[in-house]
Design a protein around this ligand. Structure first.
Ligand SMILES: CC(C)(COP(=O)(O)OP(=O)(O)OC[C@H]1O[C@@H](n2cnc3c(N)ncnc32)[C@H](O)[C@@H]1OP(=O)(O)O)[C@@H](O)C(=O)NCCC(=O)NCCS
Length: 210
């Protein structure tokens, strides 16, 4: 399978929003709002255009990853790091290595750009294969000064986070207004929302500490 990665272009925006909706639908909650999230992210100041990639099979976009700048903050200092998401692969193309390709490619570019680390909320079972570790190993907490099992850190060069401690702060870029999301979704084909097993796994993970 010949998957090519290339930067996302403006003409891809709507297709990528549709693919994001396909990928996230019913996975974490009944329905999803990540298609609004990505729509709004692209105009946010924290958005990192150089790391916005699509995966293409022949001429069909089958995957996408986007990044934003985030901070680690403590009483004295703040440090800029990267975070990514949404990352999406169309359901019928999942488990073929496309998500992995998007991550490995953009991790390499992030490293070349000189960034210290990538910090995300995600499933440790999936992300540990890329070298992500629980944030507890780095003394990086969420806003409640806790170490959630889903808060994961990838250092981009040895000792990049030496001496760096604090709260991981994504700013407001990942905040979603539910009413705006419901309104935005009306511009897409109508789809039934259902309760699924994957949503249970998500709730367990959100509540768990490392
Ligand atoms: C997560 C996602 C991007 C991975 O893309 P992909 O192309 O399917 O991933 P790859 O083919 O590179 O890797 C597949 C492997 O990851 C595992 N995997 C995928 N999602 C996982 C998850 N949430 N938890 C645990 N493992 C997961 C698969 O079981 C498979 O494992 P294997 O290699 O041992 O067989 C894709 O499944 C997706 O779009 N999911 C819906 C949206 C989402 O959850 N995005 C991530 C949260 S921001």
């Amino acid at each position: 399978m010949q998957i090519k990665l290339r930067p996302e272009e403006e003409q891809d925006y709507r297709l990528v929003e549709e693919l994001t909706r396909e990928a996230f639908w019913d996975v974490y909650i009944p329905g999803c709002d990540q298609h609004l999230l990505i729509h709004n992210m692209r105009t946010a100041k924290e958005f990192v255009k150089a790391l916005d990639f699509v995966a293409v099979l022949v001429d069909k976009i089958v995957g996408n990853i986007v990044y934003a700048e985030a901070k680690i903050k403590n009483d004295d200092k703040e440090y800029t790091v990267l975070t990514f998401g949404p990352i999406s692969v169309l359901p019928e193309y999942q488990n073929m290595g496309i998500g992995g390709k998007l991550i490995n490619h953009t991790v390499k570019i992030s490293r070349e750009m000189g960034h210290k680390a990538i910090i995300i909320y995600g499933d440790p079972e999936y992300y540990k294969r890329f070298g992500f570790k629980v944030s507890k190993e780095y003394k990086i907490t969420n806003k409640d000064k806790k170490y959630p099992a889903a808060l994961l850190v990838l250092e981009l060069y040895p000792n990049a986070l030496n001496g760096v401690e604090g709260i991981f702060d994504e700013g407001r870029i990942y905040e979603i207004d539910e009413k705006e999301a419901a309104e935005f979704d009306k511009g897409f084909p109508k789809r039934e929302k259902t309760v699924t097993k994957t949503q249970e796994r998500f709730l367990e993970l959100v509540g768990a500490e490392a």
